[in-house]
Design a protein around this ligand. Structure first.
Ligand code: GLC
Length: 602
């Protein structure tokens, strides 16, 4: 792409800024500590270039004003010129991966697996634009989205963060979501982050942060392919992945980070590590840092030990282990992203346009989220066309997930591992709340004990998983996960969700509720709230109708829209549905699926 005048001007301004910066100021730009470990004064004295909120790390009362005040203070410190300090505005990052769901009152969209079921890339761009505005309404500049994982094994705890097992669908969404978030890099845009580079969804046995064992052709066609449209759209940042490729950690993989991503694919933004992802490269922290930076990591996301990280980084530059040219390349990339994002020209966070607009959870945003919910629903069974239901029918609603906003939102909602109950998602509507609005005569009996054929024509039973995130969503035994690093680094061990793909093993209470109601002669419409397809043969057999609702988010009324026929079922499976508990893995699942990729009754 021939640089335009403003590109040349911005490159010149980056070079002149870089030339003025001291070594300490350059190294500070490469650090991204977590907010709980750093004060504005630390930003000023250590020249820090970025800060993040990890999942659930929220300031004050977790209201927009608290977020704006927090980042305004950090930004002001980054712009200090005290003692001849070079002012470089700070970037604040957060996981707004299904709306700005850390923040109380935000619009919480369906997680990516549900968006994959919509097949609607135009809707995705609208969702991304709304998400950008709600992020900006809290004074934040950068979201670690979109996730471009192509999940292979349903036992992976992050399957719900993947749009589909079909790389071409993920690729179709990638550029639209980046465009929705970044826009024209003007007032309404935030910095996007394509993640996790690369092969996060392809690990052996679906182990989170495990080893993706593939030849380069398969890695390229499945896991690298979705990044091409995101890079073409100008995504400004890429996050390195925890997983390994054929035994070598991506965080230390020079070929993948530098030769392929920055060289062959021409990525000119910057690479950020994942959460302490550097630590797992080597038992010696300083060695691990040098491995990551020399491999091509430009910014280091550090949960707590950022002071030690900064000291080791400087030591490794002084002793020549990390060439100064590599530091200048990393800092040039970071400054270029800030320049392209217009950060140097923006007002302080508290004075920016969207900081004055209380649009978090706005009604028009929730309308789009409700549209996404109903378009994401996949109808798997509908015996005797029992659906759509008549609003005047005598309806019993039951099941653990019927009236639980925390469960229907899933992980990365207010807390890293998500929440339970309705109070943590203010402004949201549970699936029960949506049904009651559509059919005022409906009654709720979570355990189904109130069911009686004399009083009820039909039961809607909402079942499935409770929230989880990352490795805590894995379905596996307690065995340790290989570190996957050639240098024998540390391995992360998180307690898994369970060790079966069968809903009747994970939550036998669900089948018990369905059967108890069915045995009273009441037909059951089952709605599954889950982060992935599960083996549900028994539950299906006892249901007259069965709907996959994924993790719908705050607008549960979208489920009633389809159950009562105000809108048709139109969702299609983004993952083939397993016929057995052993059908977790993509090739096997495709060969003997219960319902194929793309299936969905109308
Ligand atoms: C987590 C996730 C990553 C997220 C980051 C910051 O460990 O792997 O997707 O963006 O840390 O929360």
């Amino acid at each position: 792409m021939t640089p335009t005048n403003d590109t040349q001007a911005s490159a010149a301004s980056v070079e002149s800024l870089l030339a003025r910066m001291t070594l300490d100021e350059k190294l500070g730009q490469m650090m991204q500590p977590e907010r709980m470990a750093v004060t504005p004064d630390d930003v000023r004295t250590h020249f820090l270039g970025s800060i993040l909120s990890g999942g659930g790390s929220c300031p004050g009362d977790n209201r927009p004003s608290d977020w704006i005040a927090m980042n305004d203070a950090y930004w002001a410190a980054s712009m200090s010129t005290e003692g001849g300090r070079t002012p470089v505005p700070l970037l604040y990052g957060v996981d707004a991966i299904h709306g700005h769901a850390n923040v109380l009152g935000a619009t919480v969209f369906p997680h990516n697996i549900g968006l994959g079921a919509t097949g609607d890339s135009e809707l995705l761009e609208r969702i991304a634009r709304i998400t950008a505005r709600e992020v900006l309404a809290t004074g934040v500049d950068w979201t670690f989205a979109p996730t471009l994982a192509v999940a292979n094994d349903l036992r992976w705890g992050r399957t719900y963060e993947s749009y589909s097992e079909d790389a071409s669908l993920v690729a179709r969404y990638a550029s639209r979501f980046v465009r929705g978030l970044q826009g024209d890099m003007g007032r309404d845009g935030v910095v996007a982050c394509a993640k996790h580079w690369v092969g996060d969804g392809g690990t052996d046995l679906g182990y989170d942060q495990g080893d993706t064992i593939l030849d380069e052709e398969a890695l390229t066609s499945t896991h690298i392919a979705p990044y091409l449209p995101a890079l073409a759209e100008g995504v400004l940042t890429v996050m390195a992945s925890f997983n390994s490729w054929n035994g070598n950690k991506c965080h230390g993989h020079r070929y993948l980070l530098t030769d392929v991503l920055k060289g062959r694919l021409g990525f000119s933004g910057f690479v950020i590590s994942d959460w302490d992802g550097v630590d797992y490269l080597h038992e010696d922290y300083a060695t691990a840092i040098a491995m990551a930076v020399n491999a091509g990591v430009d910014m280091l996301m550090v949960s707590v030990e950022w002071r030690a990280c900064l000291a080791h980084l400087k030591q490794r530059v002084v002793d020549g282990t990390i060439p100064m040219a590599r530091i200048d390349d990393a800092v040039r990339r970071i400054l270029t992203v800030k320049e392209r994002f217009g950060l140097f020209g923006k007002a302080r966070p508290a004075d920016r346009y969207w900081s004055q607009v209380d649009c978090l959870g706005a009604a028009d945003h929730r309308v789009v989220a409700r549209e996404a919910v109903r378009k994401s629903l996949v109808l798997l069974k509908n015996d005797n066309a029992i659906l759509p239901l008549a609003p005047g029918a005598r309806i019993l609603v039951a099941g653990r997930n019927a009236d639980n906003l925390g469960h229907q939102c899933g992980g990365f909602t207010v807390a890293w591992q998500g929440t339970s109950g309705n109070e943590s998602v203010p402004g949201g509507t549970s699936i029960w709340g949506g049904i009651r609005a559509a059919a005022p005569g409906a009654t709720l009996s979570v355990d189904g004990s109130a069911a009686s054929a004399a009083a009820h024509d039909v039961a809607i039973v909402v079942v499935g998983e409770r929230p989880y995130a990352e490795g805590m969503g894995d379905l596996r035994g307690q065995e340790t996960i290989g570190a996957g690093s050639g240098a024998g680094g540390k391995a992360k061990r998180l307690a898994p969700y369970g060790d079966s793909l069968s809903l009747s093993v994970l939550h036998p209470e669900d089948l018990a509720t369905i059967r108890a109601i069915r045995d009273k002669g009441i037909p059951v419409v089952t709605v599954l709230v889950s982060g992935r397809p599960l083996e549900v043969n028994e539950e299906l057999a006892h249901s007259a109708a069965f709907v996959a609702a994924w993790l719908p988010g705050s607008e549960g009324a979208g489920v009633a829209d389809a159950l009562f026929g105000t809108h048709p079922f139109q969702g299609t499976l983004p993952f083939a549905w397993p016929a057995t508990a052993e059908g977790a893995t993509y090739p096997a699942r495709r060969a003997s699926s219960l319902f194929p990729l793309g299936f969905g009754l109308r």
